[in-house]
Design a protein around this ligand. Structure first.
Ligand SMILES: Nc1ncnc2c1ncn2[C@@H]1O[C@H](COP(=O)(O)OP(=O)(O)OP(=O)(O)O)[C@@H](O)[C@H]1O
Length: 977
């Protein structure tokens, strides 16, 4: 695609600066050559000349946009995208404000150009969801403003009938973050009157053609423009290039995007309906010539839609209220006057609504972030107009174009030449027509046309359009750019009516008809009507009329003066920004594609000052910069100036230029600036800078990374040291605490030791506890292992003497118990025998000691011995083990085995033993020892003895004649049955 485009673009010369000759013929021939090949754009340096092709060209798609993004001006064929992109990038690099002045006559393609630029920014700028919303609002403001502010004229089917200056705000990243629109002088007269072949504003037709049935019904409207007198005066409501039905849908959709909700939209369309109904209100006159309303239905709809009293409205349309002292007098209007008031109301309502709409759009596009932004302004203002009949509106529009041409001259031709002079640059002056003389003719205080018009509007007495003309003639007299029928020579007079005046504009002659000048300039609305509108239920009408002129008593500024002031402000806004120019040329009057009307284009080339601009560009310099700025930007390109140039900036720049290989004719050194002749030289420098920037960036990046890593390392080291210090501190504190604790413990220990003999007090309690614990611990490991070991028991500290003794006893008991438990019945029997023997023989028999170690093989104990021993044993208090014995129940002698601890029941046992003893002595017939090793001693008792209760009783139990007393031993228990 790019290749194809470049190939096509080899036709003609892309930049007029490179033309061999700077004649008008050569210029037009190049323009035509390119136009015939659909190459509608050509440069004059950085100025873009655009010729309206009147056909859709395939050069505005996203692919094309991508090709032009971030590419230097002259690297690609001329295009509006190239200009938009360069303005954008210059704004970003220099961080300053810019504006793109789009000029040309009506129908030359200004609005289209501004739309293309907006679309380009919408696609090329970085986007986020939020930014997309802003972007959509900016884009969608166009169809809304076009619907309400554009109309079909003889020159253009979509002619802007208002001036528009739109600021696109960018943040430092280059994101489009907001927008603001300034609107200038809407051609309100079109609401009530259209010339033949022209239409009212598009929105009226869109509503009656595309509006939904119920909406139309609600507003009392009928489908079709033919029902409305405000829409039929031009007799050309249907236009082939306009599709009102589709446009209606787009507008409704766009209103939503710009945050206008359904209720507000209905109020907005309600106003359109009110205007249409107003247009259908007709008046008759009574026999006194006073106006009478003859169409109550329309009045009803107007009052209904406005939400005001119908009678008051009727009164306002047919009477003037005059304050006479404290009373109010109603003065009836003539028929013409009533029509005038009706139209004035319709115009005011539409005009105010348009301003409201612009404000609403501004609200929705507003960026509330207060950070600094740069802007690119787009100025799309109505182009120079010459109609068959030109009125006050054309006068204002053409005055506006004069001002813009003046600005162009000031910023390009004049300023440029003055600068060369000031900078001492050799220069061959280029002659150009300075239109300041015409601007002065229109706007000069006291003597300008606007001042005279205002005077006529404001002076008391019967001022009329004709008296205004007379005053003009008086004051302007011999001005070379002003002619009237009276002042003209014979030849010219033929072309002028008596009520006309002619201005020789920079773009050509325009004859203005003075009729309506005073009324349009006054733009008055009677107070009673205004007050009534303030009471309207339609929120927009109410808001608009309430804020109209807050100071009700002061006469508002005239329309022309307001317009003059707003243009002055606009000039100031533009002068503070860097300018980019698009000069639009109309290719033919009949809006036909492929037609290159040479005469028409020659005329435009002439009045737009393109030849002069070309000459200045060719002999002049494309680029200039202050030495300091130039050096600041490009110093990295030369080792001598990088990184710092300490000497005179001019010398630094000279060195830089030489290092970059600038040829002597390519640049000039001025007093404070360097002037570079061709953009190519600058772009080559810029490319070298970009390349160098990358290298520098890599170096910087490396340095920065190193610096950051170092910093990071330093930080880490510092952190480590800190942590270490903290940790050490914590450790030291811990150590100190430990030591303190140890000291305390030792101190306590010593104190405890010193007072160990005393009763337990605070000072020795811990020590004693320690001593106890350590004694018990030691004791635990050093307990005597055998029952016979009587020496091993550790000697206790004083505090534990008693406890130690108890423990010792317990331990021995436990050992004894264990020992006893571990004794086999045989061994037990042996032992018992041994014990018995010991009690019998110890100390009595010489051989006794030797017998102790000898196990008994049989018993040689006499029955009496045993008997006596048993009794002794029973009596023995040291039997400490539980013994199951028979307890004799006194009531019935029922045996009941009972577990008794003998130590606790010694008395009882003894008592029983006595009984037994008695039994034994009386009933015992003999004792025998079992031959078996069952450890049984058998007591033989006679059972016949009836007195022997025990025996009898035992016999009951055993069921035998011979009662058995079984005395079982050999276990730890003693059993008596
Ligand atoms: N680049 C273009 N490509 C195709 N058609 C174009 C182009 N520029 C303009 N036109 C056609 O010319 C018509 C008039 O253009 P535009 O409305 O931009 O003129 P204008 O200079 O803004 O006029 P006015 O001053 O009356 O508003 C457009 O409706 C469109 O049909």
């Amino acid at each position: 695609m790019e290749g194809a485009l470049t190939a096509r673009d080899r036709v003609g010369i892309q930049d007029f600066v490179l033309l061999d000759e700077t004649t008008e013929t050569a210029f037009l021939s190049n323009l035509k050559k390119r136009f015939c090949k659909d190459l509608i754009y050509t440069y004059i340096g950085t100025l873009l000349v655009s010729v309206n092709p009147y056909k859709q060209l395939d050069i505005y798609n996203k692919k094309q946009m991508a090709i032009y993004m971030g590419v230097n001006f002259f690297e690609l064929p001329p295009h509006i995208y190239a200009l938009a992109d360069n303005a954008y990038h210059t704004m970003l690099t220099e961080f300053n404000n810019h504006f793109i002045l789009i000029s040309g006559e009506s129908g030359a393609g200004k609005t289209e150009a501004s739309k293309k630029i907006l679309q380009y920014y919408a696609v090329s700028c970085p986007s986020t969801t939020l930014l997309n919303t802003v972007r959509d609002k900016m884009l969608m403001s166009n169809p809304v403003l076009e619907a309400f502010g554009n109309a079909k004229t003889l020159k253009n089917d979509n002619s802007s009938r208002f001036g528009k200056y739109m600021d696109i705000q960018f943040d430092s990243q280059g994101d489009a973050v907001g927008g603001h629109i300034l609107n200038y002088l809407l051609e309100k007269s079109r609401v009530v009157h259209q010339n033949h072949g022209e239409r009212n504003f598009h929105i009226f037709y869109q509503l009656v053609e595309g509006g939904e049935d119920n909406l139309l019904q609600q507003m009392g409207l009928e489908r079709g423009y033919q029902h409305y007198s405000y829409l039929t005066q031009g007799q050309c409501a249907t236009v082939s290039s306009i599709n009102d039905k589709n446009d209606w849908k787009s507008v409704k959709n766009a209103l939503q995007v710009i945050d206008i909700d359904e209720i507000t939209s209905n109020h907005l369309f309600g106003i359109i309906a009110i205007v249409l109904h107003l247009g259908n209100i007709h008046f008759d006159s009574d026999n006194k010539g006073h106006a009478l309303l003859n169409n109550n239905a329309e009045l009803h709809w107007v009052s209904n839609l406005l939400g005001v009293d119908a009678y008051t409205l009727q009164e306002g349309l047919t009477f003037k209220k005059i304050d006479a002292h404290k009373d109010q007098v109603l003065s009836p209007f003539t028929l013409d006057h009533a029509v005038y008031v009706r139209d004035a109301l319709a115009k005011a309502m539409y005009g105010q609504t348009f301003t409201w709409l612009v404000n609403k759009i501004n609200d929705s596009m507003e960026n509330k972030d207060s950070s600094r932004k740069t802007v690119i302004g787009l100025l799309d203002i109505y182009g120079f107009e010459v109609f068959y009949v030109n009125s006050f509106e054309q006068f204002c529009i053409n005055y506006c174009n004069e001002k813009l041409q003046q600005l162009f001259i000031q910023l390009t031709l004049q300023a440029e030449q003055e600068e060369y002079e000031a900078e001492n640059i050799e220069w061959e002056p280029v002659q150009f027509f300075n239109n300041k003389i015409i601007c002065d003719l229109v706007e000069e205080r006291h003597t300008g046309i606007i001042s005279i018009l205002d005077e006529e509007c404001l002076r008391p007495g019967d001022a009329t359009d004709l008296t205004f003309l007379e005053r003009l003639q008086e004051k302007m007299g011999s001005h070379p750019h002003f002619v009237t029928h009276k002042l003209a020579d014979k030849m010219t007079r033929k072309t002028l009516e008596r009520g006309d005046f002619r201005l020789l504009h920079y773009a050509g002659e325009v004859t203005y008809c003075v009729v309506g000048f005073l009324d349009k300039n006054n733009d008055l609305l009677y107070r009673n009507i205004k007050d009534l509108m303030c009471q309207s239920k339609n929120a927009i009408v109410k808001e608009c009329f309430s804020t109209m002129d807050p100071d009700n008593r002061r006469r508002p500024e005239t329309v022309a003066t307001q317009f003059k002031s707003s243009l002055l402000k606009l000039t100031e806004i533009l002068m503070a920004k860097e300018a980019w120019y698009i000069r639009c040329l109309k290719s033919n009057e009949s809006k036909q594609p492929g037609q290159f009307d040479e005469a028409l284009i020659r005329h435009q080339v002439k009045y737009l000052g393109l030849m002069e601009h070309l000459r200045v560009r060719r002999t002049g310099f494309a680029y200039r910069r202050k030495y300091e700025d130039f050096l600041k930007r490009y110093k990295p390109l030369c080792p001598a100036t990088w990184p710092h140039w300490r000497g005179d900036p001019a010398d630094g720049v000279e060195l830089l230029a030489q290092h970059l290989g600038y040829l002597p004719f390519e640049y000039k050194m001025g007093r404070t600036k360097i002037f570079i002749r061709h953009p190519r030289t600058l772009y080559a420098t810029e490319d070298a800078y970009e390349k160098c920037k990358h290298e520098l960036a890599t170096k910087l990046q490396a340095k920065y990374k190193g610096y950051r890593t170092k910093g990071e390392f330093k930080k880490q080291k510092e952190a480590a040291t800190k942590i270490e210090t903290c940790w050490r501190g914590a450790q030291a504190r811990k150590e100190r605490e430990k030591r303190e604790w140890a000291v305390k413990v030792i101190r306590k220990f010593i104190k405890g030791y010193m007072t160990r003999g005393q009763a337990k007090v605070t000072d020795n309690s811990e020590y004693l506890a320690f001593v106890k614990q350590s004694y018990l611990n030691r004791l635990k490991d050093n307990l005597p292992k055998t029952v016979l070991d009587k020496t091993t028991w550790l000697s206790p500290p004083a505090v534990l003497t008693e406890a130690s003794e108890i423990l010792r006893k317990l331990h021995y008991r436990l050992m004894v118990r264990k020992y006893v438990k571990g004794i086999t019945p045989q061994k037990k029997a042996q032992l018992q025998l041994k014990v018995l023997t010991s009690s019998i023989f110890k100390g009595k028999k010489d051989s006794y000691p030797q017998s102790v170690a000898q196990p008994f093989m049989d018993t040689r104990i006499s029955e009496n011995d045993i008997n006596a021993r048993v009794i002794q044993m029973i009596r023995h208090e040291h039997i400490k083990y539980s013994v199951p014995i028979i307890k004799y129940d006194r009531n019935g002698f029922k045996p009941r085995p009972r577990q008794l601890i003998l130590t606790q029941t010694a008395a009882y046992v003894i008592e029983k033993a006595k009984i037994k003893q008695r039994v034994l002595y009386t009933a015992l017939k003999g004792i025998s020892v079992s031959n078996l090793t069952d450890g049984m001693i058998i007591f033989h008792v006679t059972c016949e003895d009836s007195k022997q209760k025990v025996c009898r009783y035992t016999a009951d139990i055993w069921g035998c004649q011979n009662c058995l007393f079984l005395y079982k031993y050999g276990t730890e228990c003693l059993l008596i049955v």
